[in-house]
Design a protein around this ligand. Structure first.
Ligand SMILES: [Zn+2]
Length: 318
């Protein structure tokens, strides 16, 4: 067992990077993708120490043990719970322990001590260690990719899972398809002692967050930040600096967190994207983070990268 990477600072240690504070970032599975052969999945399943992370869409299947949750199942347990054999894939190895994943259909009945818990809830609780939550994020993204990519994008033929789930191959045109991650930029726009936050209609009442949007082909991270901010708020931004990132398994995104300096301050909000968008002082933002704002306004919870971008601004360390 190894812990997430940390660097030594005198006698204490602290995380090697800021991303380690973001939810879903603790996965330490080594995919060993370069060493995988045709029999990688068969060999992993034959190992008596192999364990399965089970998913039902974006919910993890977990054994409830009082206050704690136990996440990993043997293959016998997984199949008894209804795991679909054709979805079984190899995530990789925790040390030398094989870790696999499989999907469970909606209709499979679960025993009373087994629950399906959505990943956002899981990331907000302490019931699983961060590295275990990270395993489910990886499982969710990979299982979803295989589910949605059963046919070749080049010729339309049915594809086969290969290398234990690290690739899908087309038997007709020989195209090889790799699981993908979609980059999203998420940014806090700062104007001196103020920051820009917006809210979408779907947010919980009172919550404001950072602006965000998918990167487009051909863009740099900086270009995408400036374009998204301009489109959503009408604010022109200048310097963009990277803060941290977060795997976001809904279904398979990498959130790239940045701080952007405002060059203009008049807001012209895109009301198709946002319900509200405004400047908040550093003091007011601190109250939103600590959930003590007199009007009940809040910032996102600590599992979200937006929380840490806002926190960096409040602490003036971003
Ligand atoms: Zn093909």
């Amino acid at each position: 067992m190894i812990d997430s990477p940390r660097r030594k600072t005198g006698s204490a240690t602290r995380p090697l990077d800021r991303s380690a504070a973001n939810g879903f970032s603790g996965n330490r599975i080594d995919s060993r993708s370069e060493q995988r052969g045709e029999n990688a999945l068969t060999e992993a399943r034959a190992d008596p120490q192999a364990r399965f992370a089970l998913m039902r869409d974006d919910r993890a299947i977990l054994k409830v043990r009082g206050e704690r949750l136990d996440g990993l199942f043997t293959e016998t347990e997984a199949l008894a719970l209804g795991a679909l054999a054709e979805t079984i894939l190899l995530l990789g190895f925790d040390g030398n322990l094989p870790r696999l994943a499989a999907s469970i259909p909606e209709e499979a009945e679960l025993p009373g001590d087994v629950k399906a818990i959505d990943l956002r809830s899981l990331a907000q609780q302490d019931a699983l260690a961060p590295y275990e939550v990270g395993i489910y994020a990886q499982a969710r993204s990979l299982l979803h990719w295989h589910h949605r990519h059963g046919f070749c994008a080049n010729c339309g033929a049915k594809t086969d899972m290969t290398l234990g789930g690290f690739r899908r191959d087309c038997p007709v045109c020989d195209a090889k398809h790799f699981p993908r991650t979609d980059p999203v930029v998420i940014m806090l726009v700062v104007d001196g002692d103020r920051c820009l936050l917006g809210r979408q209609e779907r947010f919980v009442p009172g919550m404001y967050s950072c602006l965000a949007g998918f990167m487009e082909p051909g863009e740099t991270i900086e270009n995408a930040v400036r374009r998204e901010v301009l489109e959503e708020s009408g604010i022109v931004t200048g310097e963009v600096s990277y803060h941290s990132c977060q795997p976001w398994p809904f279904p398979s995104t990498l959130m790239i967190g940045c701080i952007a300096e405002a060059r203009t301050t008049d807001i012209h909000m895109d009301d198709k994207e946002l319900e509200d968008c405004r400047w908040f002082s550093r003091g007011e933002t601190a109250l939103m983070l600590s959930r003590t704002h007199p009007d009940g306004l809040t910032a996102p919870l600590p599992f979200a990268i937006a929380h840490h971008l806002v926190k960096a601004f409040v602490e003036n360390s971003g």
